[in-house]
Structures are given as C-alpha cells and as structure tokens.
Design a protein around this ligand. Structure first.
Ligand code: CO8
Length: 373
C-alpha cells in the first residue's frame, strides 16, 4: 500500500460578484412586478403577494455577504432571474470543463506536476452539464492527462467522496496521481425567484491533486491519514430535474426542477450527523477533536459550523479553528470545504492535524483527515 498525499490545490473564481444589496434589490423589483401583474387576484384573496427579501435576514440567518457568479446580468434582471449562458458547439470545451481546466492548471502548478503525470481525473459536482460523454474525459483531453476519467455526484459531498476514490486508487496502486475537480455552477440550478433560498449559492471550481507520497515534490504536502464517508436518505434537500422529466410530461420550469430544501430541518438534522461522524472518524485514528489544529468544514451556514465545532471541542469556533469562507463565496456546494482548505492552511506547521469535512444533500457526509508533512 502506498502512502498518499494531497500535494496541491487550485481555485477558479468567476469574474462577477453579487452583493446581498444588489441581490435583494433585484428580488424586490421582481416581487413588485409580480404583485403589480397579479394585483386583482391578490386583492380578491386568491393569491398571496410575493414578500420582499432583506439583507439583514440573509446575513443573520446564513452569514453570507456576497457570491461569485459566472453570469450576473440575467440573475439580476427581474424579468428573467437566472443566468444567461450561450449554448456551445460540440467541438468547443463545455463551460463546466472550462472552469475545471482553469482550476486544474493552478492545482498542477502548485503540486509541481505536469498534466501527463495525472493518470485519473474525477469530475465531482452537485450537478452535471450533460449525461455523456463525461466532463472528466473532456477535461482529461483538454489537459493532456493520461489514464481514465469519470464524473460523480454526491451533491455537497461530491468533493470529499471523490477524494476518497482518489486516495484508494493511489493507495492500492491503480493510479499514481489523481486530479479531482469540483466545477459548481450552482447559479444554474438555484431558484433565484424563491425568497427562502435565492441568497444561498455561488459559482466556483476547486481542484485537488492526490498522489503517492514518494513522488510528491511540492513544498506543501498533506499526508492523508484517513477518509470516511456516510449517507442517510432524506428528501429535505431535493431537485427533481432529470432525464425522465420529458417522458413524465412534467413541466421543465416547475419549482421542483431546481434546488429545494427544508432549511430548518436540514440545519437541525445535519449538525449532529456531521459532529458524530467527525468524532468517530478521529477516534478510529486514535485522535481527539481537541488535537485537531483546523477544521475545514462545509460552507452552508455560519451557525451550522459553530454548532458542529461546539459539539466537537466544546467552545465557540473562531476563524483560526474553523475558517469561514461563505461570507465571500456563499454556499458553493461540494467546493466549500476545499476552498476553506485552499485559502486557510498556509500558517499550519509540520505535524499539524486537520479535517476537511463536507455535509449536505443525501444526506451525505465525508471527512478527510490530513497531517502537514
Ligand atoms: N428575506 C426575509 N425574510 C425571509 C427570507 C428572506 N430572503 N427568507 C425567509 N424569510 C422568512 C421566512 O419566511 C420565515 O418567516 P416566518 O417566520 O414569518 O415564517 C423566517 O424568515 C424564517 O425563515 P426560515 O425558518 O427558513 O429561516 P432559517 O433561520 O431556518 O434560515 C436558512 C434559513 C439560511 C436556509 C437555514 O435554514 C439554513 O442555512 N439551513 C441549512 C441549509 C443547508 O445546510 N443546506 C444544505 C444545502 S446545500 C447541499 O447540500 C447541496 C445541494 C446541491 C447544490 C444545489 C445548488 C443549487
């Protein structure tokens, strides 16, 4: 069995930001427009008016202050309220592959690796742009990597679940160097017209290089001590968009064809699942939560992360223990914990222990325990 390290990470950051103020302003214009158009039905009590959103609510309930998006104008157009993407010819790189290639090149440079050193590409994200051919194979070709590639989806836990596949492949010797990419174009599957969730998500792509410890040459290496995955079925986060919709004669624009959640139930149910999972994983490796120098947690809600850390170490989570990136990026589905790891690890010292942990739809939870070399 080979020892395995994470030897580099990369981040694609979209060119546009939307502040809460801009988002709320556009949403409230949309609400006013709807209410004007439906004034008679509202006055007759046949329809409820669309209520206004508020910056104060968003910041207090979630901790999110802004989000990055690939396309901004369509989202902020009250007559549209979703991004504008142009369809591309089959010969052109798809949008998911394009942002993944950008993040992958940065991760390869950080890991001191060439594309031809990579012998597996895993494209792991909460939604895929198409069914086939796999985006991972498109990315493999665009980079000039070897070996094989495949797509996989475990919603918000896609990145940690892919890291486990990569770690096992390298450990067993079926691959030497694996690229995991997480292109999350969440703006395309968020319902921007729903006040309860319009503020939640942002676009981004992360990339991680996982390789044999004896081939790693980068200055910043993280030994993977263990990975642990778990799932438990729940309908509380759901999206019914899929290839069967047409055959079912269901409306492709119906509310259930984009992200839906029972946010409060998710909050309550997922916090104990995540805390128990991390504690169990650390215990299996003979470690206590208080031995962990840093937790890079899933970035869905500031309060959720505070509760998870309180359950684990019995204290409030400062940024030094569990850094937050969701104020800047919002929830980026599977990429959130990887962005936190990417941006908040430079100050750790050799021997320091860290936990990367995702949790979300499924339910799913995945943890990766690492030690700085
Ligand atoms: N402005 C003003 N008021 C609002 C707004 C708003 N924008 N939204 C809701 N309100 C109101 C509600 O109507 C409600 O009013 P009332 O009390 O009169 O009924 C009140 O505010 C409170 O509403 P909530 O109970 O919904 O508020 P919460 O405090 O629960 O906060 C959150 C809502 C922020 C959504 C919170 O519940 C949360 O973050 N929960 C956890 C969610 C989570 O972790 N989800 C994981 C999802 S991500 C994932 O797994 C990946 C999925 C795949 C990716 C999909 C990409 C698109």
């Amino acid at each position: 069995m080979n020892n395995v390290v994470i030897s580099g990470t990369g981040l694609y950051q979209p060119p546009n930001t939307i502040s809460n103020a801009e988002l709320v302003e556009a949403f409230n214009r949309y609400a006013d427009l709807q209410n004007e158009q439906n004034a008679a039905a509202i006055a007759a009590g046949e329809r409820q008016p669309v209520p206004h959103s508020s910056v104060e609510f968003i910041e207090k309930a979630s901790g999110i202050k802004q989000r990055y998006v690939i396309e901004k104008d369509g989202v902020l157009d009250p007559a549209r309220m979703y991004p504008r993407f142009e369809s591309r010819p089959d010969e052109q790189l798809s949008l998911m592959a394009e942002i993944a290639v950008d993040a992958a090149k940065k991760a390869l440079a950080a890991a001191n690796k060439k594309p031809e050193d990579v012998d597996a590409v895993l494209c792991a994200a909460a939604n895929m742009q198409r069914a086939y051919p796999a985006m991972a194979i498109e990315i493999q070709q665009a980079l000039g990597a070897g070996g094989y590639g495949f797509d996989m989806n475990v919603a918000c836990s896609s990145a940690t679940f892919a890291i486990e596949q990569a770690v096992n492949a390298v450990k067993s010797g079926t691959a030497n160097c694996v690229l995991v990419v997480n292109p999350e174009i969440t703006s395309a599957h968020l319902e921007w017209r729903d006040r309860d969730c319009h503020f939640i998500f942002g676009d981004v792509c992360t990339a991680v290089i996982i390789e044999r410890a004896d081939t790693a040459t980068s200055a910043d290496q993280w030994e993977v001590l263990g990975t642990k995955l778990a799932t438990q079925f729940s309908n509380n986060i759901r999206n019914n968009f899929g290839f069967m919709n047409r055959m079912e004669d269901s409306d492709p624009l119906a509310r259930d064809k984009t992200f839906m959640q029972e946010g409060r139930k998710v909050f309550k149910e997922v916090v104990p699942i995540a805390a128990t999972h991390i504690e169990g994983h650390l215990a299996a490796l003979g470690q206590e939560p208080t031995n962990v120098r840093r937790f890079w947690l899933h970035q869905a809600n500031q309060g959720m992360n505070q509760f998870v850390i309180k359950k684990l170490v019995g204290a409030d989570a400062g940024d030094d223990v569990a850094p937050l990136i969701l104020d800047e990026y919002a929830n980026t589905a599977s990429a959130g914990s990887v962005i936190a790891f990417h941006e908040h690890r430079a100050d750790l010292k050799s021997g320091d222990l860290g936990v990367i942990c995702s949790f979300g739809a499924g339910y799913s939870v995945g943890s990766v325990i690492v030690r700085k070399r």
